[in-house]
Design a protein around this ligand. Sequence first.
Ligand code: 5GP
Length: 125
Amino acid sequence: MAYDYDSENIFAKILRGEIPNDTVMETDHCLAFRDIAPQAPVHVLVIPKGAYVNFDHFGSEASDAELVDFNRTVAKIANEIGAAPGNGGEGYRLIVNTGAHGVQDVPHFHMHLLGGRRLGRMLSL
Ligand code: 5GP
């Protein structure tokens, strides 16, 4: 796996506290904060604290503890914002843009959690 992590990317700066963020949740291994340009009433970004470029980098090289923590954090946020259907919420969408075809802008792995309104079809074809 050959990924060069750019430690000057905007999310690395957020993790170092060089740029402010609107934190939703923080754990040992990840940080969740509101997107600066929300695409829906709820738009949260969840990122690992580790230096991973994208999903496959994270999925391949992260420790079990990091992988579990990330998934649990996403689920906790879905519950806490009242979006999880299991708790009577109306649902949400998770998006992970990856690389050029996925139109990923920030080269630090992140998951978008969107909700608060009906989001329409997954892709406009
Ligand atoms: P991508 O296109 O890489 O999947 O998503 C990057 C996301 O990061 C975009 O939704 C964009 O609005 C968000 N973003 C970019 N810069 C900042 C920032 O400085 N703060 C926050 N909170 N979000 C940012």
